[in-house]
Ligand binder design. Structure first.
Ligand SMILES: Nc1ncnc2c1ncn2[C@@H]1O[C@H](COP(=O)(O)OP(=O)(O)OP(=O)(O)O)[C@@H](O)[C@H]1O
Length: 281
């Protein structure tokens, strides 16, 4: 039994003429302890896929199974690091993280929770800002709080929706390593959604492209045969890295060309306007 399995999952938003078929026939199996990356184009349905796995939305057809059971709603077992950090603006960094920790560890004492929060805030390099509110932080700092919050809950499965996109290269590299450490030490299972092929190859065991929508579906998987721990500084000299990178980029470019031809189709918009509309432009 796969740890996470998506069976023929389709997701359509809206109904009738206004419907958008975003995902179609998504089949995916992730084994316990694996690190899988999905690379996709902007707007191809990556967040929709994360929301389905997280239980925030239901598939139109097909099944999402976690440890053999259908996913119904969210759960602490699956921790998501969202693209748009979604912090509560009236709470400090410590309070934002501890709220999540309290929910995941309701039996822990105040001091245990305080220590756990301090550890993870330190891990993302924000000890100096632990009592600040989100409005006093830069976008990158907010994203680091969101990473600390998700990891401090020690979820069995870490699901990441382009979590590091807003960060500078150095911070991004450090957090990639922290996420890998936690995944490896705590024997977690991880799913990373990214548009960065290099990030996917550095972190994952397998990379699966999400073909552009509408009706986006998963392409063939690419296995990353590079020993761990991987050394970022040496990757460019690693023949396996170069070969896999070239194969994935060639594949993405080919499906990108197909996408261009789809986007060149002319869509006619209805010629309508409100009754009393006066053209002032
Ligand atoms: N709630 C919704 N109702 C209707 N359409 C939606 C809804 N959510 C997403 N969509 C549409 O589904 C498509 C995929 O959106 P989604 O956010 O999943 O893509 P994405 O790959 O995460 O995008 P990005 O890379 O820009 O974050 C888009 O065309 C979007 O407009």
């Amino acid at each position: 039994m796969a740890y996470l399995e998506l069976k023929n999952v389709c997701k359509t938003y809206g109904q009738g003429e206004n419907s958008t078929a975003v995902l179609s026939n998504i089949n995916l199996k992730i084994e316990e302890g694996e690190f899988v990356a999905i690379v996709g184009f902007t707007g191809s349905g990556k967040t929709t896929l994360v929301n389905l796995i997280n239980g925030l939305i239901k598939p139109t057809s097909g099944e999402v199974l976690f440890k053999g059971e259908p996913v119904v709603g969210t759960s602490h077992e699956r921790g998501v690091i969202f693209q748009n950090y979604s912090l509560l603006p009236w709470l400090t960094v410590a309070q934002n993280v501890s709220m999540a920790v309290k929910e995941a560890f309701p039996k822990e004492s105040k001091n245990e929770i305080k220590d756990r929060v301090a550890n993870y805030v330190e891990m993302v390099g924000l000890s100096h800002a632990i009592n600040k509110r989100p409005k006093e932080l830069s976008g990158g700092m907010r994203q680091r709080v969101a990473v600390a919050r998700a990891l401090a809950m020690k979820p069995e499965m870490i699901i990441m929706d382009e979590p590091l996109g807003a960060l500078d290269a150095l911070t991004r590299g450090n957090l990639q390593d922290e996420i890998l450490n936690i995944w490896n030490q705590d024997k977690r299972t991880a799913l990373l959604i990214t548009n960065d092929v290099d990030e996917g190859i550095y972190m994952a065991d397998r990379i699966i492209p999400l073909k552009p929508g509408p009706k986006a579906t998963l392409g063939p998987e690419f296995k990353i045969e590079i020993d761990r721990p991987r050394d970022k500084t040496e990757l460019n000299d690693n023949p396996n890295f170069m070969k896999t990178r070239n194969e994935i980029i060639a594949y993405l470019m080919a499906i990108g060309e197909d996408r261009k031809s789809v986007s060149e189709i002319e869509y006619l918009l209805p010629d309508i306007a409100p009754k009393n509309f006066v053209d002032q432009f």
